[in-house]
Design a protein around this ligand. Structure first.
Ligand code: SF4
Length: 290
């Protein structure tokens, strides 16, 4: 256990946790593009009923919103807690263990780490301790999908449900709107690795137990290149991938910088995306929109 902890922490000395690969020494106080220190900060936690029905079940998904993010999307829907300047509350590993065990006690069906990428080496020892102290519900790794393969290898065996975004099927768009170079290449590799680890989403008694659940937020004017995303998932990941095609885009944060995304999504744009996914024979996660 201690050996593994040391190995995890070592990763912070030259941080390559995400696609930015800043190689800064976060243990020495340096910060990279995520502008976060090597400490756990949370914005909120509790049973959450706004996630996918298979995560919420009857008693909610036990979400823990970590402060900060490795992506800087101009249309960020959570900028108050995720973008530079957000402070959150600092907790230590024991505090995180207690929160996870309390969420389980409340009946939550899973522990849902929201935006954990920049903190993985610090979170994993807490997860190990929580498992030792009786945490049995699945861990959901809820990420923007810009995780490095090194990070995903660290998580192998610890995550039951991967819930990555597939934000863009075009890296030029990702660079422009999220400041994330090579997002599409990194995201594809990440999805394949996640799928290798956990497979298709497995649901028991209407509640997700294990597997991959992909989120795709449709953007106005097809800025997300939805067809590329669906094509890749259907042809290279799995036709049985559970994919939540999301329609709730609204212009927020810095979206007004870009006229093409400075408006709500139209119903026609959303329907077009769903028809595309259906055309690739994807069939899980969005069929209730028909
Ligand atoms: S988590 Fe990503 S953005 Fe943050 S320092 Fe590490 S490589 Fe850079």
């Amino acid at each position: 256990m201690e050996l593994r902890t040391a190995k995890y922490i070592e990763a912070l000395k030259s941080c390559k946790l995400c696609g930015h690969r800043c190689e800064v020494d976060r243990l020495a106080g340096e910060t990279g593009i995520c502008e976060t220190k090597a400490e756990i900060r949370i914005s909120s936690f509790g049973p959450h009923y706004g996630e996918e029905p298979e995560l919420v079940g009857r008693f909610g998904s036990g979400t823990i919103f970590f402060t900060g993010c490795n992506l800087h999307c101009d249309f960020c829907q959570n900028s108050d807690i995720s973008q530079p300047g957000a402070r959150g509350v600092k907790i230590d590993a024991d505090g995180l263990v207690k929160i996870m065990l309390d969420l389980q006690k409340k009946g939550c069906h899973n522990i849902n780490w929201v935006s954990p990428t920049h903190l993985v080496p610090i979170l994993l020892p807490a997860l190990e301790n929580a498992r030792k102290e009786g945490l049995t519900i699945p861990l959901v790794y809820n990420t923007g999908g810009y995780d490095s393969l090194e990070t995903l290898k660290m998580l192998d065996g610890w995550v039951e449900i991967y819930m990555p975004d597939a934000k863009y099927g075009d890296s030029a768009m990702a660079r422009k709107y999220s400041g994330a170079p090579e997002y599409w290449e990194i995201n594809r590799a990440a999805l394949l690795e996640m799928y290798r680890q956990v497979g298709d989403l497995y649901i028991e008694d209407d509640v997700a137990v294990r597997g991959l659940l992909v989120r795709h937020l449709v953007l106005p004017n097809d800025v997300a290149s939805s067809m590329e995303v669906f094509k890749f998932i259907a042809e290279e990941v799995s036709i049985n991938t559970y994919i939540n095609i999301m329609d709730q885009y609204r212009p927020s944060h810095l979206a007004e910088k870009h006229a093409e995304i400075n408006r709500h999504l139209t119903m026609d744009e959303y329907k077009t995306a769903v028809i595309l996914a259906d055309g690739f024979k994807l069939h899980r996660g969005f069929t209730n929109y028909w």
